[in-house]
Design a protein around this ligand. Structure first.
Ligand code: G6P
Ligand code: MN
Length: 447
């Protein structure tokens, strides 16, 4: 089996490779093709992979290339993990929004729209290329904003593109842990959009265990989301929100904390990663050790400003280990390539799963996965306030897709203005001006 990774020089690639190395079963990935626009980043990551593979018999062969067509030909699976505009672009997305007093974040609010506007045209170009050169390949989209980007690609690849995110899995695992349930046999009643979902139930042997958690303030205070949102708000909601909903439910506090911070998340990662890639150019650098220390620092500081704003303290040890993205991706590939039926929470076209949305809208819901792909499971309707939020954000995503397709600036303004976290059309207009001035990748917004 051959796996191609687009954005193969990315920092998190060793997590994927680590997962591949642990897979000894028949039908595993034997050839890994890394594609990146930047040969230096490919060389850096290759050094880490070589350390990881040392002493492992039959480690998957690694090939690097900067030629997209060559990377795609013959691929069974394609991971799309690109970052259009780099971390510098992410930092600009955050800075420009925060200067207007609205949320600057990679996937949520104004920052997410700017990133989406930049990424969609590139993702569509890739989807078209895959459809032509590797029509039978399964595409697993890691690229954020993952729901929106998956929907853009699905218009060209249909159900052959599947989006993934580790935050619902992490949430499910944390809740299962505090309830003493086995996450592998529990059923997670989770639904929404990417970074905008709610865990409404957790069934063990047919019994919903979530009410037991909701009734116990001490248990609620013992895991990340419980501390972030506070037991009272979670009990009022009757569901556990995805951590990214902190930006909605506590918008003022998060915007204030982000504006007060010396550095945005993107600016921090930009500097951190620049140091890492520079170190990899020095021959004596211990590659795997340096990568792992950088990864640990990244994990420890994840959503630090939100936790600070909520007085939630540091992260739990279990949340600092990885085991997120790469495990979901590996489980998904296994289910498809070896017809090992499983259930995973994925970003796929709705097909009636969430009744408030049309069937082509990409949603994040539990799916049955087998050799035929991912099949969304119908879920119970969301409560009204959640439906309203999901529909509002989906409408914004559709404006982003329309702007990317038509090059219409007015549609881009509409995307920002309709977002629940952007409170003025005037602000939306200024955001479009500032973003187009900052990002060469938005030059297509002309008409
Ligand atoms: C979570 C999110 C991802 C995000 C990742 C890293 O896993 O679900 O979408 O890419 O965190 O976030 P960071 O701020 O470290 O880039
Ligand atoms: Mn995610």
């Amino acid at each position: 089996m051959r796996l191609t990774v687009l954005g193969g020089g990315g920092f998190r690639l060793p997590l994927v490779y680590g997962a591949l190395l642990s897979d000894r079963a028949e039908g595993r990935i034997t050839r890994l093709v890394l594609h990146d626009l930047d040969a230096g980043r490919l060389a850096a990551v290759s050094r880490v992979l070589a350390d990881q593979a040392a002493g492992v018999p039959d480690a998957p062969e690694v090939v690097v290339t900067t030629d997209l067509d060559e990377a795609l030909r013959g691929a069974d699976f394609v991971f799309s993990a690109i970052r259009v505009g780099g971390l510098e672009g992410r930092a600009a997305d955050e800075r420009i929004a925060l200067a207007e007093g609205v949320l600057g974040q990679e996937t949520v609010g104004a920052g997410g729209i700017a990133y989406g506007l930049r990424t969609v045209p590139v993702a569509v170009g890739i989807a078209r290329r895959v459809a032509r050169l590797a029509p039978d390949a399964w595409v697993i989209n890691f690229t954020n904003p993952a729901g929106l980007v998956t929907e853009a690609m699905a218009r060209h690849l249909g159900d052959r593109v599947i989006g993934i995110c580790d935050s619902p899995v992490g949430l499910g695992r944390r809740v299962a842990r505090v309830l003493g349930a086995d996450p592998d046999t529990a059923w997670f009643d989770y639904a929404g959009l990417n970074h905008l979902g709610w865990l409404r139930g957790l069934r063990v042997r047919g019994r919903d265990e979530l009410p037991r958690l909701l009734a116990d303030p001490e248990l609620l205070g013992s895991f990340e989301e419980g501390r972030l949102f506070g037991p009272d708000w979670i009990r009022a909601l009757g569901a556990i929100p995805n951590e990214y909903l902190h930006y909605y439910y506590f918008n003022r506090e998060t915007v204030r904390a982000y504006r007060a911070a010396g550095q945005t998340r993107g600016a921090f990662l930009y500097e951190q990663q620049a140091r890492f890639y520079a170190a990899m150019e020095r021959p004596g650098t211990p590659a795997l050790k340096t990568w792992d220390a950088t990864r640990a620092e990244r994990e420890a500081t994840y959503m630090a400003h939100n936790r600070e704003a909520a007085g939630a303290g540091g992260r739990d040890a279990a949340d600092l280990e990885s085991g997120g993205y790469e495990q979901v991706a590996l489980a998904l590939m296994r289910a498809i390539a070896r017809h090992r039926r499983t259930t995973l929470i994925l970003d796929v076209r709705n097909r009636g799963s969430l009744c408030a949305l049309d069937s082509d809208a990409v949603v994040e819901v539990p799916c049955l996965v087998d050799a035929n792909g991912a099949h969304p499971v119908p879920v119970s309707p969301l409560p009204d306030h959640a439906t309203a939020l999901v529909c509002a954000v989906k409408a914004v995503e559709r404006e982003v897709l329309a702007a990317a397709e038509s090059g219409s600036r007015a549609r881009a303004v509409k995307a920002f203005a309709l977002h629940p976290l952007v409170d003025s059309v005037t602000v939306a207009r200024r955001l479009v001006d500032a973003y187009t001035a900052a990002h060469p990748g938005l030059a297509y917004l002309r008409t």
